[in-house]
Design a protein around this ligand. Structure first.
Ligand code: ZN
Length: 86
């Protein structure tokens, strides 16, 4: 057995000779907004290795601060910045 970690998910696998315990990596949870902490939507989460094969548009939202802030927080920051320059 390669990995014997408590943090990894145990899966019982039936083989013709015996029942084995296999360990599967748990996928990461949803990414939170940096400002308010709500879960961001439309962002694929996986190990960094497998995300290399995923296109950029699936890893972040096509918006300024997309992938870091939620829509409400990014809107607030953009409006705040526009008012500053008035
Ligand atoms: Zn937010």
């Amino acid at each position: 057995m390669r990995r014997k970690s408590k943090s990894e998910r145990k899966v019982f696998v039936k083989t013709p000779t015996r029942n084995k315990i296999s360990f599967r990596k748990s996928s990461p949870g949803k990414k939170p907004c940096v400002e308010c902490g709500t879960q961001l939507m439309g962002i694929k989460r996986d190990s960094t290795f497998s995300l290399r094969r995923v296109s950029k548009s699936k890893k972040r939202v096509n918006r300024k601060f997309g992938g870091e802030l939620c829509s409400r927080c990014s809107r607030e920051i953009i409006v705040e910045g526009a008012r500053k320059w008035k």
